[in-house]
Design a protein around this ligand. Structure first.
Ligand code: GLU
Length: 450
């Protein structure tokens, strides 16, 4: 590895000893940049990597809200505004008990390069709170969101930072967050929050965008092999917004999600989740209880395997981890390699541990696609939402879908082109890291050193 990169990784570890997820992503991204850092000695003089690993700004704040019994609760909120060299900060808010500074920094760091890859003018940020929306009433979620935004609003804005959703922060939460923002600033400043409902300035297709984009990217990978998506069988983890979008688009294009895993175990539906009834049932099931997918098996008479992940099953063509970080460790990666399945398409942010990712990349029979490229359709349509808001109009579903498709094709093509240009061959992981990095690097070098 390039000595400058190694030094920055070592220094980052020393500076942030209690942030394992953040260090994991820094190591993953930086370690694939050797060819481009070798080619640009001026980056070291400009302390480019040292500046890139340090967020431009981190805000931590208290969120106090009242439950339905009149009891107060105190949570910790975050917004890490990582890098705005390419445009206003952009990235989601995660509401989950696991949220801490390390998680938000890892997501923010990833977001910078993901947002750059889209080719759209957006910087990277991430935020969240250690609040658990599960089991809370609508009124409790509303009071929490209002309390959260009452602090966050002073740090965001349509030209400053535009948060959106992530785990635990869906359409309902975004509605309450945007409503409180509008109330506080006294203006319909739509572009300050994305993922809004269409009736309140949102973009058509935003809820489906990440899943649809992931399938469009997958189609490009298959095309490269002279294959098509029709008839392909998919095993995935997660059936949230993103997973659901994958199921829907896959079904539309003649592929089938035949395995999907949730927190309680996995479902095996050999017919595939490919009817409107099944897709609608998943939405209902999730709204009632996001922790259990077993009811799907009972309803549709298929197999449920309690407490297990579906990695390693053989009767599929494609794996798509779409749940959360570090879902696939080295043991699972070995099972995946043994299964003989050719396509490993990451969807969730950092779903693979670094050692598992390295192992999978070494397997000659497996093609690995990285999440920061595969899941970039969501943030892309968020940016399209900002553009529609700036123009004060709505685009049709066809317009948004066509733009999304074009963006996903470009992300794939630029990753392939860059990896080849640097002599790395067909390496979608390094290609995405380098292509995203190059855009941010050019903008930072052009803007002077600070
Ligand atoms: N949380 C999503 C992501 O990781 C969406 C971010 C956004 O739309 O700003 O890309």
């Amino acid at each position: 590895m390039n000595a400058y990169i190694q030094r920055v990784i070592d220094e980052t570890k020393k500076k942030n000893p209690n942030e394992p997820e953040f260090l994991q992503t820094v190591e993953e991204v930086l370690s694939s940049l050797s060819p481009v850092i070798d080619a640009h000695p001026e980056y070291e003089k400009a302390c480019l990597l040292e500046r890139m690993v340090e967020p431009e700004r981190t805000v931590e704040f208290r969120v106090t809200w009242m439950d339905d019994n009149g009891q107060y609760h105190v949570n910790r909120g975050y917004r890490v505004q990582y890098n705005a060299a390419l445009g206003p900060y952009k990235g989601g808010l995660r509401f989950d008990p696991s949220v801490n500074l390390s998680i938000v920094k890892f997501l923010g760091f990833e977001q910078v390069y993901k947002d750059a890859l889209t080719g759209l003018p957006i910087g990277g940020a991430k935020g969240g709170c250690d609040f658990d929306p599960r089991g809370k009433s609508d009124a409790e979620v509303m009071r929490f969101c209002q309390a959260f935004m009452t602090e966050l609003y002073r740090h965001i804005g349509q030209d400053i930072d535009c948060p959106a959703g992530d785990l635990g922060c869906g359409g309902r939460e975004i509605g309450y967050l945007y409503g409180q923002y509008r109330r506080l600033v006294g203006a319909a400043e739509f572009g300050a929050v994305s993922g809004k409902a269409v009736c309140t300035g949102g973009s058509i297709l935003r809820p489906e965008a990440t899943g649809f984009g992931a399938v469009y990217y997958l189609c490009e990978v298959l095309k490269h092999d002279g294959e098509e998506i029709k008839g392909k069988r998919i095993a995935m983890s997660g059936y949230g917004n993103v997973g659901w979008g994958i199921m829907k688009k896959a079904a539309e294009l003649g592929a089938k999600v035949v395995y999907f895993a949730g927190p309680d175990g996995y479902i095996h539906d050999p017919d595939g989740v490919d009817t409107e009834e099944k897709l609608n049932y998943i939405l209902e099931m999730r709204a009632k209880d996001p922790m259990h997918c077993q009811p799907y098996a009972e309803k549709f008479g298929c197999e449920f395997v309690a407490g297990k992940k579906c990695w390693g099953v053989k009767d599929v063509d494609i794996y798509m981890p779409a749940a959360t970080q570090n879902d696939v460790n080295l043991d699972w990666a070995k099972k995946i390699a043994e299964s003989g399945v050719k396509y490993y398409i990451e969807v969730a942010n950092m779903p693979t541990t670094n050692e598992a990712l390295e192992f999978l990349k070494e397997q000659k029979h497996i093609i690995v696609a990285p999440s920061k490229a595969v899941n970039a359709g969501g943030v892309s349509v968020s940016e399209l939402e900002m553009a529609q808001n700036a123009e004060r109009l709505y685009w049709t579903a066809e317009e948004v879908d066509a733009k999304l498709k074009g963006i996903m094709k470009n992300i794939y093509a630029s990753s392939v082109e860059v990896a080849e240009r640097y002599g790395l061959g067909y390496d979608l992981v390094a290609g995405a890291n380098i292509a995203g990095f190059q855009k941010v690097a050019d903008a930072m070098m052009a803007q002077g050193i600070f």
